[in-house]
Design a binder for this molecule. Structure first.
Ligand SMILES: Cc1cc2nc3c(=O)[nH]c(=O)nc-3n(C[C@H](O)[C@H](O)[C@H](O)COP(=O)(O)OP(=O)(O)OC[C@H]3O[C@@H](n4cnc5c(N)ncnc54)[C@H](O)[C@@H]3O)c2cc1C
Length: 452
């Protein structure tokens, strides 16, 4: 490691990795910048599932590798990049995934199927948001990340197990980073890509550096698990059908998220002590079930301004009652009693998350969320009959924390010149493709600025 670099990148998730790849692309008219990529977690060959959100590959490493090729889903980059440029950027990023070992098959790009399903969704009081999905699967996703690691190895300096404690600023601009062991490394530009694991840290840094920021929403709900044939009307053609519902009782926005055909329900850890639920599927092996999240997006009443704390509170409540994740049959929830191992055994859906505790989600989720979720399941049953069955399993809770956003330019530079903020940790993305694209945006802005 040198004492100073042209660019220091914090976080080796998709946003940080794509920034590094873009900065080191062969370009005869530009001298290659010196780049250091710092990651607090372990390297790709060493890390395991217990470090779900930390290490080379970030939260993406053990993800399902569903590349959502959309300007509208997976982030808010459209707030910074004009629509046409963003479309091109997403295609470009998709191409890089292919180059490093991604798979060619795409779902959701057949106009006749979209038209038919849009109609069925409308009649069920739902909106279908068509998105094109390239599904890598967890195994291929890991291969792609390993290939990127190998490619970057000879081009930049990489330090894993290395935590950045602070962004260093002097005379009104970012000049480097201070590591947890006190070492200071100088930088012409700093790209902060700390993801969900580092979102709180980045928000605290923004406060310390006096940068303006505003809170994002929190999405809260459950993961639903059904026999795979129930969801086949949607998953066969769309893989990940994005359905949106506006609830009658509260007029809240409820949506499907992260659909995993023939997949498994998994656990996720936040801040090392909160367990939430998630899901994934492999490209080369199948379970009998499909799972997906139903998430409710709400804005909160004043004077409350801590949506992340609220989401954490609900997740902790589930952990308190279930000593981890709770699973409940829909039929049990509707009849007002908890699920037990015996009741689960009487159902037709075998839980793929074996150590979830049979329990009662009505003790965890406020009435508003339960009501919204039940309404959405009933609506979905019209296009995927069987979703609203007493056998359907609900796991709780699933929470998506979107970090606070700082004020940023079109090149994703913050109000502190030289400090760029990208990816999920910056609150501007929530998926692999847009996080990767954000890294490219910042890298291009830095290259442009250094050539001016
Ligand atoms: C289980 C799971 C499944 C998912 N499935 C999908 C999917 O199928 N499709 C999809 O589009 N999205 C999926 N996602 C979301 C996707 O993984 C994220 O949107 C994406 O990884 C965000 O990229 P990022 O680079 O912004 O942050 P991250 O991937 O979170 O990476 C940030 C990195 O920064 C490091 N870091 C943080 N702070 C510091 C610090 N101070 N110093 C040094 N390093 C630091 C962290 O350790 C981490 O490795 C999934 C997420 C999870 C958890």
């Amino acid at each position: 490691m040198r004492q100073s670099y042209d660019v220091v990148i914090i976080g080796a998730g998709p946003a940080g990795i794509f920034a590094a790849i873009e900065l080191t692309k062969d370009n005869p008219s530009v001298t290659a910048p010196t780049v250091l990529l710092l990651e607090q977690g372990q390297d790709i060959d060493v890390r395991d599932r217990d470090q779900l959100t930390r290490g080379w590959g970030g939260s993406g490493a053990f993800s399902d590798g569903k590349l959502i090729l959309s300007t509208q889903v997976g982030g808010w980059l459209a707030d910074y990049v004009p629509a046409k440029d963003l479309n091109n950027l997403i295609e470009y990023v998709d191409g890089v995934y292919l180059e490093f070992g991604g798979v060619a098959e795409r779902f959701g790009d057949k106009p006749d199927k979209i038209k038919k399903m849009k109609r069925a969704a409308t009649l069920a009081d739902l909106e279908l948001v068509p998105v094109i999905v390239r599904h890598l699967g967890t195994d291929i996703c890991l291969t792609v990340l390993k290939n990127m690691r190998q490619y970057l190895n000879s081009k930049i300096d990489i330090a894993t197990d290395t935590t950045v404690a602070e962004v260093v600023a002097e005379e009104g601009r970012a000049t480097g980073v201070r590591l947890a062991d006190g070492t200071v490394i100088g930088a012409g530009a700093v790209i902060a890509a700390p993801g969900r694991a580092g979102a709180r840290w980045l928000a605290a840094e923004a406060t310390r550096l006096g940068l303006a920021k505003h809170a994002n929403q929190v999405d809260l709900g459950v993961r639903v698990e059904v026999p795979a044939p129930v969801m086949e009307p949607l998953t066969d053609d769309f893989y990940e059908a994005k359905l949106v519902y506006r609830s009658k009782r509260f007029e809240d926005r409820v949506r499907t998220f992260c659909v995993n055909p023939y997949g498994e329900v998994t656990k996720e850890r936040y801040h090392d002590h909160i367990e939430t639920v998630n899901g994934h599927s492999y490209a080369d092996r199948r379970t009998a079930n499909t799972n997906f999240a139903l998430l409710v997006s709400t804005t909160f009443t004043e004077p409350f301004t801590e949506p992340i704390a609220y989401g954490e509170y609900i997740a902790r409540l589930a952990n308190l009652l279930g000593e981890g994740i709770i699973v409940q049959r829909l039929g049990d929830l509707m009849r007002g009693h908890r699920s037990t191992p015996a009741r689960l055994a009487r159902g037709t859906v075998r839980p793929t998350l074996g150590d979830a505790t049979p329990g009662d989600l009505s003790f965890v989720l406020p009435y508003r969320y339960i009501s919204d979720i039940l309404e959405m399941l009933a609506a979905m049953d019209k296009i995927a009959p069987g979703v609203y069955s007493r056998n359907t399993l609900l796991y709780g809770v699933e929470v998506k924390f979107y970090s606070q956003r700082m004020k940023m330019s079109a090149g994703l530079e913050t109000d502190l010149p030289g400090l760029y903020a990208v990816g999920d940790g910056a609150g501007i993305t929530r998926g692999l493709i847009q996080a990767s694209a954000a890294g490219v945006v910042a890298a291009r802005a830095i290259t442009k600025a250094s050539n001016c």
